[in-house]
Structures are given as C-alpha cells and as structure tokens.
Ligand binder design. Structure first.
Ligand code: GSH
Length: 205
C-alpha cells in the first residue's frame, strides 16, 4: 500500500492527482503545516527537508519499502509503477518529459520563489522582485498556448505528467493568465473536468 503524506499545497496536489490518475491504491496522511508538524519528528525522519509531500510505498522496488520525497520524483515513480501518465517510448514520451521540466523549472520555480519572497515583507525591494519573478513565469504562457494549438494535451493525444504539473501551477494563478490564450483556456477546462483531477483536488481538504 502507498501512503501519501501531504497538505493542500501545489506540490502535494501534483503527487495526489498523479496517484488518482493511475488508480494505484493509496492512503492520505494529512500533515499539519500550520501546527508545524512537518518540522518535528516523526515526519522529519521521513523527509529531512521538512516539506511536503512524502510518499511511502510499503511494496517498493524489490518488494522493499521505499520513502520518496520531491513531488516530481513521486509523479515519475507512480507513472512508472502503473505504466500510465508517461508514454513508454517515442516522441510523445520525450515531449512529456520536455514539458514536465519546462513547467518545473521555468514556471513553478519562479512562481514559488515569488511566493516565498512575498512572505518576507522586511526584505527591501520585495514587491519589485516578486513582480519580476511572476512576470517571468507568466511570460511563458504564450509558448504554452502555441504548444497546445492543434494538440489535446501538452505532449499530444495522451494526458501525461506534464499536464499534471502544468495544470496545478496554472490553476494557482489562473486569473493572471491572459484569457486571450484560447488553447490554454480550452486545455484547463478539459483537465479540470477529469474525475481523477477533481478527486485529487479535494483529497487533502
Ligand atoms: N521541491 C519540493 C518542494 C516542496 C515544498 O516546498 N513544499 C512546501 C509546500 S508547497 C512545504 O512543505 N512548505 C513548508 C515550509 O516551507 O515550511 C517538492 O517538489 O516536493
């Protein structure tokens, strides 16, 4: 059985939506971030970075238990374990990885940095730095719109890890993405309607 330890945050949502899409059985373990439980034992023994999510697979590789941190590594692990969310070969697989890393490094990373800067109002120039980081992330959406022109999902016909990563971060600043980007809007509507995505969005509430 798989356990997913997390909270209602973007990083946990990526992992839980991936689990829901694969239909692998798993249990939700809520970590009380507001109460600081992620900075205390026993959680720290699982994830020394004191962050969520963390996955435990009691039946990991070789039948041995596995503890795994990093939301994107968790997505990749459940994709490989289930044989879903990542085409086994060919151009669609390569495109899925390309667009997964695009979102992780070019959109999610600057937007997380902006979020953490926003929590440090004492830092001089915080508003301008935050604005520039958000602008950098949002500036990528014309490129996303072009990719989705004529494609159902980011890598082609199949829904992949790239769509999970793209969807979770895009939902978090949906109001800032220009509505004129029609392919992005159409893709967001289709992904939002997926039953597994709906279940994932509420699993940690
Ligand atoms: N690179 C990590 C980042 C994890 C992360 O930053 N998680 C945040 C929630 S979205 C967290 O646990 N924050 C708690 C804190 O900073 O105290 C991943 O992708 O899993």
């Amino acid at each position: 059985m798989i356990e997913l330890h997390g909270a209602q945050t973007g990083n946990t949502l990526r992992a839980v939506i991936a689990l829901e899409e694969t239909r692998l059985p798993y249990e939700v373990h809520k970590v009380d971030l507001a109460g600081g439980k992620h900075r205390e034992k026993p959680y720290l023994d699982l994830n020394a970075t004191a962050r969520v999510p963390t996955l435990i697979d009691r039946d990991g590789p070789g039948g041995k238990p596995l503890v795994l941190t990093q939301s994107n590594a968790i997505m990749l692990y459940v994709a490989e374990k289930s044989g879903m969310l990542l085409p086994p070969e060919g151009v669609e697989r390569v495109r899925a990885l390309e667009w997964l890393f695009f979102f992780v490094t070019d959109v999610i990373a600057p937007s997380h940095q902006a979020f953490f800067l926003g929590r440090d109002p004492a830092f001089e120039g915080v508003e301008e730095s935050k604005r520039r980081l958000e602008e950098r992330a949002l500036g990528m959406y014309e490129h996303v719109d072009k990719q989705l022109d004529g494609k159902r999902f980011l890598a082609g016909d199949s829904f992949t890890l790239a769509d999970v990563a793209g969807y979770t971060i895009t939902s978090s600043f949906a109001k800032q993405v220009p509505p004129s980007l029609l392919h992005v809007a159409r893709w967001m509507t289709e992904v939002s309607a997926r039953p597994a995505v709906k279940r994932g969005l509420t699993a940690f509430r």
